[in-house]
Design a protein around this ligand. Structure first.
Ligand code: CA
Ligand code: CA
Length: 91
């Protein structure tokens, strides 16, 4: 997450069914109206972002991180699912 000290908010949008996760940064007057960061899924039916969490600092670098799930993600097993950690940084 950013270095502003205001935190932020992660939003998952599983429509379309590839899925996407938006990150809105906090400011002194509230969240920004446009997203600062966006990631999209890579597979049809992946549903990235159906679960999203701004976590604690998982790697200890001082920035909070974003966790997201993609329950329909396929590897060798259909719909095996995936949990992703997107590491925060100074915006
Ligand atoms: Ca971190
Ligand atoms: Ca799938």
């Amino acid at each position: 997450m950013g270095a502003s000290g205001y935190g932020g908010y992660g939003v998952g949008d599983a429509e379309p069914n590839i899925g996407q996760v938006y990150l809105f940064l906090g400011t002194a007057t509230g969240l920004t109206r446009t997203w600062a960061w966006l990631v999209e899924g890579t597979q049809n039916g992946e549903f990235l972002g159906i679960g999203v969490s701004i976590s604690a600092d998982t790697n200890g670098d001082g920035f909070k991180d974003v966790l997201a799930t993609a329950p329909g993600w396929d590897d060798w097993t259909l719909d095996n699912g995936l949990a992703l950690a997107f590491l925060g940084a100074a915006f």
